[in-house]
Design a protein around this ligand. Structure first.
Ligand SMILES: [Fe+2]
Ligand SMILES: [Fe+2]
Length: 268
């Protein structure tokens, strides 16, 4: 089971909530109301790990390895929610427990392999966003928090990649579905940013006070169209590996999908 090594590796890399965040160094005067509001929205978005876990345990029912890993992922994502909530409390912004059930939702059932691919891409993208928030946040401890969250999201992305490799090894016929979902996820814009928390109906983010907060933050801290290049590179690197051929661009990915579909049609 991949879970065994992932457990050890993630445990080794793990940061400590009480010791590794410099809570005493927070300088509330450096924050603006706008930043406090946005951190609040990010904090509530991280709570979606709860709804996603419910979905994973349901849709990956017989995959004991993956469900075991989800226990670690759930713990770490809830820690993201907690670290941001504690930070907000320190600067005088309290999220009331009573307001949380309103945000609760259940995801529709979907093909497990597509969900896995979407989450792999989503973790890469979120790491990219958090890195930008870390670079732009006006308060040093908030910068530190976004930096450690970005590193966690990248590690999660690497774990999802391991499960995608395992899926293709066990069942090569899932490859086209993975490539198609990766292509769909790569095609994103700041005005319609694709992440597991934005793409369902309703989505996690659509239930927040400002459903457009991600769009607004991206246009502020990651303006322009080309900033996605590192995310695309990481997604294409895994897709190349899974497909066994070098895919350097979105066009290459599309060509590969068409080639696989033609082969499948001929086989039928
Ligand atoms: Fe997270
Ligand atoms: Fe994550």
């Amino acid at each position: 089971m991949l879970y065994d090594d992932l457990f050890v590796n993630l445990e080794r890399a793990r940061w400590n909530l009480s010791r590794d965040i410099d809570w005493e160094a927070i300088e509330p005067d450096k924050l603006t109301p706008g930043w406090i509001f946005d951190v609040r929205e990010v904090c509530l978005t991280e709570l979606s790990a709860l709804y996603a876990t419910e979905m994973f345990l349901r849709d990956f029912y017989a995959d004991i390895d993956f469900c075991s890993f989800i226990s670690v992922w759930f713990y770490e994502e809830m820690k993201h929610h907690l670290v941001l909530r504690k930070y907000l409390e320190r600067v005088g912004e309290v999220i009331e427990e009573a307001e949380l059930p309103r945000l609760r939702l259940s995801f529709d059932e979907g093909p497990a392999i597509e969900t896995l691919t979407m989450h792999f891409c989503g973790e890469q993208r979120l790491a990219h966003w958090y890195t930008a928030f870390s670079a732009n946040a006006p308060e040093p401890v908030l910068r530190q928090i976004f930096k450690v969250l970005a590193a966690d999201e990248l590690r999660h992305g690497a774990a999802y990649a391991k499960y995608l490799r395992k899926a293709v090894r066990n069942k090569p016929e899932v490859l086209p579905a993975i490539l198609r979902m990766a292509l769909w996820m790569i095609r994103t814009t700041n005005d319609n940013p694709k992440h597991p928390t934005t793409v369902t109906e309703p989505s996690v983010v659509s239930l927040l006070e400002d459903p457009h907060y991600i769009r607004r933050m991206l246009n502020m801290y990651l303006p322009g169209r080309d900033h996605e290049a590192p995310v695309q590179r990481r997604i294409l690197a895994l897709m190349s590996e899974l497909a066994g051929t070098k895919l350097s661009s979105v066009r290459d990915l599309l060509t590969q999908i068409r080639a696989l579909e033609e082969t499948a049609a001929v086989a039928v």
